[in-house]
Design a protein around this ligand. Structure first.
Ligand code: COA
Length: 328
């Protein structure tokens, strides 16, 4: 089996900032409620750029930072719950924009765990020798599927994208372990968004159905507080390190209170979790790579640092990756 390491990251968020008080002009809410219940103060919302555009901008930064030619990329995986289209995939749209002609491209649907799943797929393709260089992306334009009349959900989400380049390595193993899981029981009741209903000339037309996010906030909250510690415990199995050796945990940015509760269960300080939720809200599959690239940009990560990425979300899906940072 080959070793795999991250050689570059990138991210992009639309320039339009929507504050909590901006939202109070759309629904009956206020800054105090949103920031005290979630930790979110503002989010980025697209004024036209769709998921493939955000993905492409994140990918181009990752390619530049990794110092590779797009033609070196032989796999592109995009984790997204809000693609531009059913067909073609977001990954194919990105491929065309960045000129990665040698890549196999596809999207995966794992909601907020999309980046962890994409990272796992890229890692496994490289480990087994199917490819050498993979571009993995988490990207969302959730603003197009959010119900802007529902104050309990529309205040939570934001748009953005993050990317990482993975490469096969002879001597350095950067991806130490990955754990993923799913639980499809009653999942749509927790967090859902319908696609198109069944309709064809041979049946009575179904009722018109809108594709909007619905959520049971309390159930998802409880799930998050339990699954984060479980995923973190799982990545340490068969590893000779413990949570004490971890410099940062980069969690899915859903709610500060979920992180505080998970930190308590893990008996660690919340400060070990890197958060940028206050500025971006919950960007679903984009949230982990957006945070990771922000940390890299700000010089918080050094060669040899051990970090954990951990996510959970609709599906239900969940997962974590234990990573040794290999970039100088
Ligand atoms: N502004 C003001 N009031 C709001 C509001 C808003 N944006 N949204 C809901 N409320 C009201 C409710 O209507 C309710 O009013 P009522 O008591 O008069 O009925 C009250 O606030 C309490 O609502 P509740 O749903 O009990 O709040 P909560 O403390 O559970 O917080 C969430 C709600 C959504 C913030 C919280 O459940 C949460 O963060 N869940 C996880 C969501 C998540 O992370 N989803 C994505 C996972 S990937």
């Amino acid at each position: 089996m080959k070793s795999v390491k991250i050689i570059g990251t990138g991210s992009y968020a639309p320039s339009k900032i929507v504050t909590n008080s901006d939202l109070s002009k759309i629904v009956d809410t206020n800054d105090e409620w949103i920031s005290s219940r979630t930790g979110i103060r503002e989010r980025r919302i697209t004024t036209g750029e769709d998921t493939s555009v955000l993905s492409t901008k994140a990918a181009l930064e990752a390619i530049k930072n990794a110092n590779i030619d797009p033609l070196d990329i032989d796999l592109i995986v995009v984790g997204t719950a809000s693609p531009d289209k059913f067909i073609p995939s977001t990954a194919c749209l990105v491929q065309a924009e960045i000129g990665a002609e040698n890549a196999t491209c596809f999207d995966i649907s794992a909601a907020c765990t999309g980046f962890i799943y994409a990272l796992n797929i890229g890692t496994q393709f490289i480990k087994t020798g199917q490819c050498k260089t993979a571009l993995v992306i988490g990207a969302e334009v959730l603003s197009k599927i959010v119900d802007w009349s529902d104050r309990s959900t529309c205040v939570l989400f934001g748009d953005g994208a993050g990317a990482a380049i993975l490469q096969s390595s002879h001597d350095e193993n950067g991806i130490l372990s990955i754990y993923t899981g799913s639980d499809g029981r009653n999942a749509a009741e927790f967090l859902g968004c319908s696609a198109v209903p069944v309709r064809n000339p041979f049946i009575k037309s179904a009722e018109k159905q809108e594709s909007l996010v619905t959520m049971n906030g309390k159930d998802i909250f409880r799930f998050g507080t339990k699954i984060i510690p479980k995923c973190i415990e799982e990545v340490f199995k068969e590893q000779d390190c413990t949570i004490e050796d971890i410099k940062y945990i980069v969690p899915h940015q859903a709610n500060m209170r979920i992180i505080d509760s998970a930190a308590k269960r893990l008996e660690i300080d919340s400060d070990k979790f890197y958060m940028n939720l206050d500025r971006y809200g919950n960007t679903s599959a984009a949230s982990i790579p957006l945070a990771l690239n922000e940390m890299a940009r700000n010089g918080l990560l050094h060669r040899g640092d051990k970090i954990i990425l951990v996510g959970f979300g609709g599906g239900l899906t969940f997962g974590a990756a234990l990573i040794e940072w290999m970039i100088d």
